[in-house]
Design a protein. Structure first.
Length: 442
């Protein structure tokens, strides 16, 4: 969800962010995003958990192999009536029958549409966006900057995120893949642009890139429009001749409206029973009893560190108490409970156990989709992996071979997809810190 607030505008009265960091008043009217800090992985999971609470059957690690069709009596038309699926973890295949099938697969939109009709033209134009994470001192607290007109016309921003700084982004055509990889060229582009906004005495160092990743934006053209070449800036809902409903494009800030438009289209296309939408104002999992001071109760009732308690409250909402209940005793005077996975970050071992209860099935799930450790510091994530695998092994009854496979798979993920490889390639970077005791002022 949203956490904290960001200054909405930067002008002559706010620029002293400024003297030390932003380089004086050379950018008197840069715009800033009017949004809080978004934990997209947690948001995605909260939506799925909330849907399950209201009766949805949910499944992760499930791949669609093909669409099922039936012949409509009378017309002889082929109608989509389900999907043949495969459990990626076990290899088991099974059929899911449905009155209506909705294709909501982001950059994989066209691959599913072609399961329905091989001749259908592509509507998705995938674009790669690379982001990097740097130390928190690159941005002031509660203030970020966005420039929509960089040296080559792309957008650049750097924002405080989880006490670090996130900077991006690139925008270049790409192939659709489940494993996008950041490149050194993309990382250097972002660093080069960031330098334009900082004081000349602030050295932007390649060694300060703590993590890097590439995502795929599913930009789409509207198949319902006469101009099928122009990119649609909003979402698109389309229904095929066989009844497959596709929702594509859009953005996080309009996800609820996207879902409502999609369901409305499904109801109309398949003559389904209709009712008023129940999602306006619906609280997601963890929001019901949340309050800004919830973390204080976690500190007082369980003896958690304040930083850990704040993290749990902002991440899990009122479900933070369930995490605290299973937190291990530290054996110290303080904190009483809550063993950290790594010392620099507020993630605790109990979150691994709780993550398994929330459908985490791989070590990658934990370091990237339940915690954000891989996105904040790829080396810290690598250091935490052995302990994460041990805890998951106990919860999921993994044998030693399975634990070894999970460890190797997670390290491969960090190496290629989270920037560990490009960081390792830069170990000879001149920005490496080499201090001796005499260099440090006493």
């Amino acid at each position: 969800g949203l956490k904290g607030k960001l200054v909405l505008k930067i002008g002559s009265d706010t620029l002293p962010y400024h003297a030390a960091v932003a380089g004086g008043d050379s950018h008197p009217s840069r715009s800033l995003p009017a949004a809080g800090q978004h934990n997209d992985a947690r948001m995605n999971l909260a939506i799925a958990l909330t849907a399950a609470r209201y009766g949805a059957a949910t499944a992760n690690y499930t791949e669609v192999l093909r669409l099922l069709k039936r012949t409509e009596p009378g017309s002889g038309k082929q109608r989509v009536c389900g999907a043949r699926c495969r459990d990626v973890l076990t290899g088991q295949e099974f059929d899911v029958k449905a009155k209506c099938v909705i294709n909501a697969t982001g950059p994989f939109t066209d691959s599913v549409r072609k399961m329905d009709d091989q001749e259908v033209p592509n509507i998705c134009q995938p674009s790669a966006g690379v982001h990097i994470v740097m130390p928190g001192y690159y941005s002031p607290d509660n203030m970020g900057l966005l420039d929509p007109a960089t040296s080559d016309g792309r957008v650049i921003f750097f924002l405080p995120w989880e006490k670090m700084t996130i900077a991006g982004t690139t925008d270049s055509p790409t192939d659709v893949t489940s494993h996008p990889i950041p490149t050194e060229e993309d990382i250097n582009f972002i660093l080069s642009e960031v330098r334009n906004y900082l004081s000349v005495d602030v050295e932007v160092r390649r060694g300060d890139v703590l993590a890097a990743w590439s995502g795929i934006r599913p930009l789409v053209t509207d198949p319902n429009s006469k101009d099928t070449q122009s990119i649609c800036r909003n979402h698109v809902v389309a229904v095929s001749d066989s009844g497959l409903v596709t929702i594509a494009g859009g953005k996080w800030t309009t996800y609820r409206a996207m879902a409502q438009d999609t369901i409305d289209a499904a109801i109309q296309a398949h003559n389904l029973p209709a009712g008023s939408s129940k999602t306006i104002g619906l609280l997601l999992q963890g929001a019901e009893d949340w309050s800004p001071t919830l973390y204080i109760r976690l500190v007082q009732d369980y003896g958690l560190e304040s930083e850990v308690a704040q993290h749990l409250a902002s991440t899990y909402g009122d479900k933070a108490f369930e995490v605290a209940k299973i937190a291990q005793v530290t054996g110290k005077r303080w904190p009483i409970v809550g063993k950290r996975l790594v010392s620099e970050f507020p993630y605790i071992e109990a979150e691994v156990i709780y993550g398994v209860k929330e459908y985490a099935r791989t070590a990658v799930d934990i370091v990237s989709r339940r915690t954000r450790l891989a996105f904040l510091n790829v080396q810290a994530a690598e250091e935490a992996l052995p302990r994460i695998v041990d805890i998951m092994g106990k919860e999921l009854n993994w044998n030693e071979q399975k634990k070894k496979e999970e460890l190797e798979a997670a390290r491969k993920f960090l190496y290629y997809e989270m920037g560990y490889k490009v960081k390792s390639d830069q170990l000879t970077d001149s920005s490496e810190i080499t201090l001796v005791p005499s260099d440090i002022e006493r």
